[in-house]
Design a binder for this molecule. Structure first.
Ligand code: SF4
Ligand code: SF4
Length: 361
């Protein structure tokens, strides 16, 4: 397999190391050693040495969420996310991605979302239609809110309406490329999708990114991949904190006791941790998860639920258990995908709320 010398070095450093195996939310959910960064590196090194074929490790390659928990834990600075993404790209170039992943890739290319959805739910379509006029601010909802959790997309719009913001939402919002980046890394198709989205965004002064996965792509990966962004790109959480600070969003604190679940894209990738806390603290009484901010534990997502739904449920269950174990009764998250993942668990111990749920009451 063709692999950069840099990635090979990281693979060879991880393949006999156990130091972060307790961190991986997938490994902890499956209980399988094969799901951990070390085992993934071992498999890749065996392909590199010609002992096994690339096809034999591809299921394992797609088990990684790219959450970066292991990268943060690594005291020696090695990066399993980097080499995992490189293998995905190489597999795509060699036509060796699994069939269940090919379906998602084709959907991304044909419909702009991995789920192949071509129609919005009627409530969201109505909400979007009310914001069709061009303004300075573009609210970017993202693939998950539009295709899978449309009631949350509608609530994200309602929150901005309640603050009197003039903003636009696109009926035909182009994909940011975040899902393709997860599936095939920095392929030409990913960069083309990103460039097309950036062109649309550059027609606005400010782009508000509702989904943290899109925020990471736009605010971090676009720069890495040489995609030019001329607008101000801001996370939905940071935008809400601004609205609160300038008095547009008027909060009433109910005193409800809540904990905040940090989406890793915000807390680890973009190092944004306090904005959501400022918003939550204006509406409720906030306390902390034991694993908070950059130490957060990923709670599952909708994209991986397409091909490993039981594992996603187990990942979400473990995060709910984290909340329950400190006596938390309400957990608020700012990730639409993790919200859906947490909500998919049938339980009555911990109430799951989005930031919008909390604000709209
Ligand atoms: S990322 Fe660091 S801690 Fe984890 S397996 Fe690799 S070398 Fe070990
Ligand atoms: S990035 Fe996350 S899911 Fe992937 S190996 Fe590291 S800890 Fe596990």
């Amino acid at each position: 397999m063709i692999m950069s010398e840099k990635s090979k070095q990281h693979v060879d450093s991880c393949r006999f190391c156990w130091m972060c195996h307790h961190i991986c939310p997938i490994g902890n959910a499956t209980g399988h050693e094969r799901s951990t960064p070390r085992a993934r590196a071992l498999g890749i090194s065996m392909v590199n040495r010609g002992s096994i074929e690339l096809e034999e490790i591809m299921d394992n390659i797609y088990e990684c969420a790219g959450c970066g928990g292991c990268v943060r834990e690594c005291v020696t600075g090695w990066d399993p996310v980097m080499f995992t993404k490189e293998v995905r790209l190489q597999a795509a170039l060699e036509g060796k991605t699994p069939e269940y992943i090919n379906v998602l890739i084709d959907n991304c290319l044909e419909t702009g979302n991995a789920y192949g959805k071509t129609q919005l739910c009627s409530k969201l379509a109505e909400k979007i239609a009310a914001h069709a006029d061009k303004t300075d601010v573009l609210l970017y909802l993202g693939a998950d809110a539009r295709a899978k959790v449309c009631e949350q997309g509608a609530k994200a719009i309602e929150v901005l309406e309640s603050a009197g913001v003039k903003f636009t939402v696109l009926a035909d919002e182009p994909a940011t490329g975040a899902q393709l980046d997860f599936l095939i890394g920095a392929a030409n198709e990913t960069k083309e999708q990103m460039a097309a989205a950036a062109k649309v965004m550059n027609g606005y002064k400010t782009v508000v990114l509702y989904d943290p996965a899109d925020a990471k792509a736009v605010k971090q990966l676009y720069h890495e991949y040489g995609i030019e962004l001329e607008c101000r790109a801001v996370t939905y959480t940071a935008f809400l904190a601004e609205l609160l600070a300038n008095g547009s969003l008027k909060a009433k604190n109910t005193g409800k006791e809540v904990v905040y679940h940090d989406p890793y894209q915000l807390s680890r990738d973009l190092e944004e941790t306090e904005e959501a806390r400022e918003v939550i603290s204006a509406y409720a009484k906030l306390s902390e998860m034991l694993l908070n901010r950059a130490a957060t534990v990923w709670a599952g997502n909708l994209l991986m639920a397409e091909y490993m739904p039981e594992v996603m449920k187990a990942v979400a269950e473990r995060r709910i258990f984290n909340a329950k174990s400190i006596g938390a009764k309400v957990m608020v998250t700012a990730s639409v995908s993790e919200y859906a993942s947490l909500k998919s668990v049938e339980q009555n111990d911990v109430e799951i709320l989005s930031l919008e749920d909390l604000i709209l009451g």
